[in-house]
Design a protein. Structure first.
Length: 524
């Protein structure tokens, strides 16, 4: 174990926070604390993952690794079940710090349920209910009773939450902070405190900026007390940005059909009926959509089993067990379809149906996507790329062959329609973040430069930067880099060379997997 560097680091997470709101408010004097932190610290954009959702963004934030190494791309897995902390196999920053004797307090961080053992304490964010075992150690729950009580009301019925969202958000911030103060002001080396209420507020109150400003006033009250009692280096981050919920949906599979890459089953009349009526499924209540999805999955699997004895089954064109099931597959002619989309951010290519080179087809689709325009001639796809250009890691085959992001004004529907564009589904959500990768990064403290605008950093850069701050080597398999430019030039941290090392966690995992395989062979 290396000699411990005496440092204290605190990360405050503001879910969905964006400079589009905070910067104008700070400059206008509406958020004086943020203005001070920006003037006395370093700030910039923190680029989120693709897709830019809380999950996988937060796991990337606390592991320093992209979703291709984590195998997590949304809140749900390929089988439709929810992602839990057990699905994150890579070590979190507190695991690495704990190995060196540093104690951590991880509070209200989403994607950490159920909590795992660590050198310190953990209060998971977003759990099934207040009755769930959401703390480590378990007996800690007695000290934070009621931490997730608002979740109880939200899970029972969303209607009261939506009607009184502002009051819910303010109460949630105040309640969780009052229960967390005992740990925030305790003697931990590393603390991470996540505020999820800002994301809820922006989803429902994006059209009421005066209400959102009040939410951030409440956040500032909390931050002021924290900063007054903290002498270390502070990082304020968000997992993604935010914007107005798009009023228009692009039907990506309709575009693929129009371009000749996707073929539907049935006659022209049957295909027209499918395109006419399937978009209406999007308007159904979520519970009914789930029932229909499960029914469609059973039908598809039954058809798949029925074709199991067919000669040379077209496996690539069918849904891989690694891919989430889409009812769209029931509608496709899988023997002739070249490409389809079952995610709002990617396109799959069916290799077995290609008459031309795979790379040539992929590049052709990418270029056509980039050329896609709306009725006013504005670009719809702001970026399209090969999956290996956006990701790396052992889960690359779970990622669509082509990855894309639309403009903020356009959402993506994975259904198919007779129209390329349609009005988006009417919901209570006024704000959205499916295409807003620009989150926030604000660093402030004794080791941080003053009054510096950083530019862009990646969400995977936070872990390497903090490890370097603690004087620890950065594992070579991390995707992020050390943000050395944020540290004062005369500081020992800035002058200290960055050290990389082979991750011992990977070797330990290989040994465990080898032992498991040997045990299985012995059992057989």
């Amino acid at each position: 174990m290396a000699p411990k560097v005496k440092k204290k680091v605190l990360i405050i997470g503001l879910d969905g926070a964006t400079w589009d709101l905070l910067k104008p408010w700070a400059e206008a004097g509406e958020l004086p604390l943020f203005k001070k932190l920006m003037e006395k610290g370093t700030y910039g954009i923190l680029k989120s993952t693709v897709p830019c959702r809380t999950c996988p963004a937060i796991p990337a934030l606390y592991t320093g690794k992209n979703p291709g190494k984590l195998g997590v791309f949304d809140f749900t897995k390929a089988d439709g079940s929810l992602v839990t902390f057990n699905d994150i196999k890579e070590p979190a920053i507190w695991d690495i710090l704990g190995e060196q004797g540093y104690k951590s307090a991880i509070i209200a961080l989403r994607t950490t349920y159920p909590p795992k053992r660590l050198n310190g304490i953990m209060i998971s964010g977003r759990c099934p209910s207040e009755e769930s075992p959401y703390t480590y150690p378990r007996e800690l729950k007695e000290r934070v009773k009621g931490f997730h009580s608002a979740a109880e009301e939200f899970n029972k019925s969303k209607a009261p939450f939506i009607k009184n969202v502002f009051n819910f958000v303010i109460e949630d911030i105040q309640r969780k902070y009052s229960l967390s103060r005992q740990f925030l002001f305790a003697d931990y080396d590393f603390t991470m405190y996540w505020i999820g209420a800002t994301d809820f507020a922006q989803h429902f109150l994006w059209h009421q900026k005066d209400k959102l400003l009040e939410v951030y006033h409440e956040v500032e009250k909390m931050l002021a007390e924290i900063i007054a009692n903290f002498s270390g280096d502070l990082f304020i981050v968000s997992d993604h940005g935010f914007g107005t919920a798009p009023a228009t949906s692009l039907y990506i599979n309709t575009w693929l059909k129009n371009e000749g890459y996707l073929k539907l089953k049935g006659s022209r009349i049957q295909q027209w009926l499918v395109c006419q009526f399937t978009p209406s499924v999007n308007q159904l209540p979520e519970r009914l959509q789930t029932l229909l999805l499960n029914a469609a999955r059973r039908i598809f699997l039954r058809e798949k089993r029925g074709k199991a004895n067919a000669t040379e089954p077209n496996k690539e064109a069918q849904a891989s067990p690694l891919r989430p099931f889409s009812p769209l597959l029931l509608l496709l002619d899988l023997k002739t379809t070249i490409a389809y989309s079952d995610r709002f951010w990617g396109v799959w290519i069916c290799n077995r149906n290609l008459e031309r080179n795979y790379e040539a087809v992929r590049e052709e689709i990418i270029e056509r996507l980039k050329d896609l325009r709306d009725s006013k001639g504005k670009k719809i796809i702001v970026d399209a790329m090969k999956r290996e250009e956006a990701f790396n890691g052992k889960y690359l085959d779970q990622i669509p062959d082509i990855v894309f992001l639309t403009s903020k004004e356009i959402s993506v529907s994975r259904w198919i329609s007779n129209s390329l564009f349609r009005k988006s589904k009417k919901t209570d959500l006024k704000g959205a973040h499916d295409t807003t990768r620009d989150g926030i990064l604000l660093a402030y403290g004794p080791d941080i430069k003053e009054g510096v605008k950083l530019g862009e950093a990646d969400i995977t850069d936070i872990v390497p930067t903090i490890l370097h701050l603690f004087g620890l080597p950065v594992p070579e398999d991390m995707d992020g880099k050390v943000l050395k430019d944020i540290f004062k030039e005369e500081s020992e941290i800035a002058q200290r060379p960055i050290v990389y090392q082979k991750p011992k966690w990977a070797e330990e995992r290989r040994i465990r997997e080898r032992i498991s395989k040997l045990k299985l062979r012995e059992m057989v």
